[in-house]
Design a protein around this ligand. Structure first.
Ligand code: SF4
Length: 440
């Protein structure tokens, strides 16, 4: 008899959350490698196509498949009580999960994905429920929180922690030989309108505020054949919107993204592509912009952060203001909708004195594209995370919260003033619509 495995994407405890094409890609990839060797069930607290969510009002998806999560207001944790915002639990109700566990045959293993470090209370909730209903199940945690806050994660009481991208300890623990050529198990969803792809791992840069070098290591491309097989599967299952989770999607495009998009066009695969993890404008040539638009890219998120040369140089020099302006021109010439081109800028970074955020916001606006303030989260193990010990206790992951930290660092009024200014600037753009805010 095959072993039984339950995959869980936990609920989120946060001030704000928005479904910006969030899918548990790591968990589904693992399930794909184990295809046909185990019996798999999925409980995704963040699945907005779940029948429970369909019955709620105002949770419809927008035209690109994004939308609000079901949520409940809850008291904030004591260390965040002074943050003047409502705290919530986002995701399917806890009772639904308990009923699901009670109705299922006991699983041998429960694999739980973790993401943001400060979302650990959702992981804790799942562990407690599994322990109380299936006391013999072995619980395995993997993902960003486990990798970045291992000492803290140990205290949650799982049976195994899988750090980083090395899955060997997991295969040994499960005593199963994986088939690494298999695509993610997207069939675990009954309904699918959004999918995720990753053509590459890691990033060649080393920005002082970013967790990617620590979690994913050096840049490397995945085999083209496998990426195409993943896309074909998603297309077949009805996913109309595909978000790239790559951190350096445009790097080495001649060998990675271009051949992929050429195939998409050749095979006449019609989907909408999105880049929530930010594109690096430096590599966005006119030829690449044309190919991306032709192949179906609809939204373009560009990582910019600041127009201050001093700030750019101190944090890793990933992109310059001229490179951003040039990339935007290439996208305009290729026919991309200016309303769907967005530049991220960090709000609440500890080097705010040299970041010149307001000037930077006006610069982005002058290019005729939208700006989005990405709330800064201090990440342990990064130079900026280390520096943030001056403001918060970095050993408590709740303090990494990206709504809380900018308020702690710069004050509630200043943080609100800048957010209001961003909304005002976006409204000034021709053809502007209500703002979409979210975490990514
Ligand atoms: S370029 Fe982007 S992904 Fe790479 S290290 Fe910098 S912020 Fe992270």
């Amino acid at each position: 008899m095959n072993p039984k495995i339950l995959l869980v994407n936990p609920p989120l405890y946060d001030f704000a959350a928005y479904d910006f094409w969030l899918k548990p890609y790591g968990l589904l990839s693992i399930a794909g490698y184990l295809r046909d060797k185990v019996d798999i069930e999925l409980f995704d607290f963040l699945d907005r196509l779940h029948p429970f969510v369909a019955k709620q009002k105002n949770l419809e998806s927008d035209r690109w498949g994004r939308g609000r999560f079901y949520c409940e207001r809850i008291p904030p944790p004591s260390c965040l009580r002074h943050i003047p915002r409502y705290f919530r639990r986002f995701g399917l109700p806890q009772d639904l999960f308990r009923d699901f566990l009670a109705a299922q045959q006991h699983c041998d293993f429960v694999l739980i994905q973790t993401m943001m470090t400060y979302w650990y209370p959702g992981v804790q909730e799942v562990i407690e429920d599994v322990r109380s209903i299936w006391p013999d199940a072995k619980i395995v945690l993997g993902g960003n929180y486990v990798t970045l806050c291992t000492e803290h994660a140990i205290k949650l009481g799982a049976d195994l922690l899988v750090q980083g991208t090395n899955l060997e300890p997991l295969w040994l623990y499960l005593q199963i030989e994986p088939d690494l050529n298999q695509p993610p198990l997207w069939q675990a969803y009954e309904k699918l309108n959004v999918g995720v792809l990753k053509l590459t791992e890691g990033c060649p840069f080393n920005c002082t505020y970013c967790s990617v070098p620590e979690v994913y290591g050096k840049f490397k491309a995945r085999p083209l054949k496998r990426s195409l097989a993943e896309l074909e599967l998603l297309f077949r299952l009805g996913a109309k919107n595909i978000a790239f989770y790559d951190d350096a999607l445009l790097f080495n495009a001649e060998k990675v993204l271009k051949p992929f998009l050429d195939e998409v066009i050749k095979q006449n695969i019609k989907v909408n592509f999105h880049s929530p993890n930010a594109l690096n404008a430096r590599f966005l040539t006119s030829e690449l912009a044309e190919l991306m638009v032709q192949a179906g890219f609809k939204t373009f998120y560009l990582g910019f952060e600041s127009s201050s040369v001093q700030w750019q140089q101190q944090t890793g020099s990933k992109v310059s203001s001229d490179e951003l302006a040039q990339a935007v021109q290439h996208l305009f010439s290729a026919g991309a909708d200016p309303q769907n081109i967005t530049a991220y800028q960090i709000l609440g970074h500890p080097q705010i004195d040299i970041q010149q955020l307001e000037k930077s916001m006006h610069f982005v606006n002058s290019l005729g594209i939208r700006g989005m303030l990405a709330d800064f989260s201090p990440i342990p193990g990064t130079p900026d995370g280390l520096y943030c010990r001056e403001w918060v206790d970095m050993d408590e992951p709740l303090y990494h919260n990206n709504t809380a930290f900018p308020i702690i660092m710069m004050g509630f009024d200043e943080s609100n003033r800048l957010k209001d200014l961003q909304r005002k600037l976006n409204r000034l753009l021709p053809g502007s619509k209500p703002n979409v805010t979210g975490s990514h």
